[in-house]
Design a protein around this ligand. Structure first.
Ligand SMILES: Cc1cc2nc3c(=O)[nH]c(=O)nc-3n(C[C@H](O)[C@H](O)[C@H](O)COP(=O)(O)OP(=O)(O)OC[C@H]3O[C@@H](n4cnc5c(N)ncnc54)[C@H](O)[C@@H]3O)c2cc1C
Length: 649
């Protein structure tokens, strides 16, 4: 049985979930066993070619070449002022802001192209622009703000008033429903008074404007506000530094009775968490695009290097192990780009809901990109591990795989960690089943609720379940995909199998299903892989149809990609029922309980207790503040803690 705290977090998250679908979703349908290849069929292949965009894009690229030195930005850990000013002059802080509010008003496919280019060059600048306009003030104000808020803030943002998104708190990361920063309505009812602290606010040190999520203590509900960093009581407490993204202006920001005008509430009372989640859902275009740019660059580096570097008498690329890596990298690059392009197009299409596709693209692309940066590093050997500055000093080409690796690791954590992306998609995977058979799997449903739901359940599944066995996913269907048709047929059959398997899981595990993360995560992995496979095949087919010069090469890469994907899908289906999940879960819990602690002896040990590792809550920070004391902090111990004694086994 879940704890009260777990149930509360889940209830609040559920309450803030977008429950209605704005349109069709390929992945939602896939989970239900409806394979909608028709949604992908006319793959968006056209390069953005509006003359106005091309002119701006050329200027932007020239600016990067002339004025942005990624190695220097990484070395100094700062954005040079001339870079920030130059980006402002180019209007780069208003890429996604509509023209009527002073922005460039680029389309999503155009935005994808810009972020792909940046992602191949400088991830620090990518993060600066993305945190500002994909999740910072422009996005929630554009989506939910009143006309007054739009008039006041969008033109400022477009001119380069940098903004940031403040949701995370020291004790609240993946579970924002528990956030504790508070916004109390003032006595005269004209203001909110904001108190609390936010952690890891990207652009926080540079920002004029913040979107802050805070709880109204009277209603317990979460609100979202536009807050100006100049206002009294807003303080940058410290700047956070990371493994990569060295120049990120990331900060701990505190709020001490900050007077926020009522008009700066975005989207109405209690809408804050929903706004945060929707902003993230629709803001997830940057990472798929940026990672596809990064891996395209890795491919070029690896192709050139694998030809140039001769070991054991032949170019290293001719050794089978490296040739395999190159082949997989090229196939995955085609897939990463296909996913980013498709998502950009879907974001601008009417009648389509992209929340699942955006999550899948974010999760799939960032995970693959991390893997292939690692492969690129391996192909470059020792030079992959060497910094650009060191390579340059020795007179060799300064290729930045090492920097790319440091910069790309965070992609699996921010804007929704890999685990949270899986949970989010898993929730949607079972959405239809919950809406029909919810009482059967709800801990809190009474026997009466369950009995009452039975006729509805019987009626739905009497039709739905048998039809998940029917349907033709074999020859001659999908003949228009030529040599790739077999892969589409596989995806068609697999989507029905996925729907059946999720249903079987629900029938077997019932209320325990929500705790069967690995079962659900594999279902999500299968759905993501089928989504990407379909995008890849649709793109290759379209290239062939229009006689694209790369069409033949694309067919080969799509074929290789689909073969790999099918193998993964088959493995995950198998592992859904044949696995060591129970054993691993048991041992994981034993580790928490200290059973295997003997294994940790023989090192210098971690000199902090578990209690010391627990980050302070905002309530604790506010309590200290009320006493006039600084926020709680962990003192470094003088001596390492004694090594653990072997526990009784
Ligand atoms: C460089 C950087 C920039 C950032 N920028 C911003 C920003 O601009 N604005 C902002 O608000 N936040 C920002 N963040 C915060 C970021 O979004 C969080 O790090 C992220 O949400 C994860 O939270 P956490 O780090 O507290 O991990 P935790 O929530 O503590 O999770 C720890 C681990 O447990 C996993 N986990 C948690 N819950 C579950 C679960 N239910 N099931 C399975 N696994 C689970 C997580 O995936 C993770 O692997 C930034 C963070 C970094 C490092």
């Amino acid at each position: 049985m879940p704890s009260e705290a777990e149930l509360h977090s889940r209830d609040v998250a559920e309450d803030s979930r977008e429950k209605t679908w704005k349109g069709t979703s390929f992945i939602k349908e896939l989970f239900l066993g409806n394979y909608r290849m028709d949604l992908m069929h006319d793959f968006p292949l056209d390069e953005p070619d509006r003359p106005e965009f091309l002119e701006w894009f050329a200027k932007f690229k020239a600016f990067l070449i002339e004025h942005v030195d990624p190695v220097e930005i990484d070395r100094t850990g700062e954005y040079p002022q001339h870079v920030v000013d130059g980006l402002r002059e180019l209007g780069a802080f208003g890429i996604k802001i509509p023209k009527e509010y002073g922005g460039l008003g680029l389309t999503h496919p155009e935005y994808v192209r810009v972020m792909q280019l940046l992602g191949s060059y400088d991830c620090n600048v990518t993060a600066l622009l993305s945190a500002h306009q994909a999740i910072g003030v422009p996005q929630p104000v554009k989506l939910f703000g009143t006309e007054e808020l739009k008039q006041e803030y969008l033109p400022r943002c477009a001119k380069g008033a940098i903004s940031a998104f403040a949701l995370t708190e020291p004790a609240v990361g993946s579970d924002p429903a528990r956030l504790e920063t508070i916004a109390t309505i003032s006595e005269d009812g004209e203001h909110y008074l904001l108190d609390g602290a936010k952690l890891w606010c990207t652009n926080g040190t540079l920002a004029e404007l913040l979107v802050v999520m805070a709880r109204n203590p009277e209603t317990g509900r979460i609100n979202a506000f536009v807050v100006e960093t100049e206002w009294p009581g807003v303080k940058i407490e410290s700047r956070c530094r990371f493994m990569g993204l060295k120049a990120l202006g990331n900060a701990v920001v505190s709020f001490d009775k900050v007077k926020v005008p009522k008009g700066n509430l975005i989207g109405g009372e209690g809408m804050g968490l929903k706004i945060a989640l929707v902003t993230l859902n629709t803001g997830r275009l940057t990472l798929p695009a940026g990672t596809s740019g990064g891996i395209k660059l890795c491919l070029e580096i690896c192709r050139k290097w694998s030809n140039a570097r001769v070991q054991w008498g032949v170019p290293v690329g001719k050794h089978e192990a490296i040739a395999h890596k190159l082949a997989d990298m090229a196939a995955a690059t085609f897939a990463l780009e296909s996913t980013a392009m498709l998502l950009g197009d879907l974001a601008d299409r009417e009648g389509v809901d992209i929340r699942l596709e955006a999550a899948a693209a974010k999760e799939w692309n960032t995970t693959q990109a991390w893997h292939f940066v690692d492969e690129a590093l391996q192909i470059r050997g020792g030079r992959g591990y060497e910094t650009e500055l060191s390579l340059r000093e020795r007179g060799e080409a300064p290729l930045g795989i090492e920097r790319m690796m440091r910069d790309s690791r965070i992609n699996l954590i921010f804007e929704g960690s890999s685990e949270i992306m899986h949970l989010f998609m898993a929730r949607e995977a079972v959405d239809k089943h919950l809406s029909v058979a919810g009482p059967l799997v709800d801990h809190r449903a009474t026997i009466g609720d369950k009995i009452k739901a039975l006729p509805r359940i019987a009626m739905f599944y009497a039709w739905w379940y048998p039809t998940r066995w029917l349907g033709w996913g074999r020859w001659p269907r999908y003949g228009e995909f030529g040599k790739l048709a077999g892969h589409v047929r596989f995806a068609d059959r697999a989507s029905r199998k996925l729907a059946r398997t999720v249903f079987h899981g629900m029938a077997i595990y019932q209320a325990k299903l929500e705790r069967k993360q690995m079962f659900l995560f594999r279902a999500v992995d299968i759905a993501m892989e089928l989504f990407v496979l379909s995008a890849v095949v649709a793109r290759a087919a379209k290239m062939k149809r229009i006689g694209h010069p790369g069409a033949e090469s694309a067919q080969e890469l799509a074929d290789l990609f689909a073969r790999n994907a099918r193998r993964n899908v088959s493995r995950w289906f198998h592992e859904m029922w044949s696995n060591d999940d129970e054993l691993k879960h048991k041992i994981g819990k034993q580790i928490l309980a200290g059973r295997h602690v003997w294994l940790e002896s023989g090192t210098m040990g971690v000199p902090y207790s578990e209690e010391q590792l627990r980050p302070p809550t905002v309530s604790e920070i506010l309590e200290q503040r009320a006493k006039g004391l600084p926020a709680p902090s962990v003192e470094a111990p003088a001596q390492p803690e004694a090594q653990p004694e072997p526990a009784a086994v």
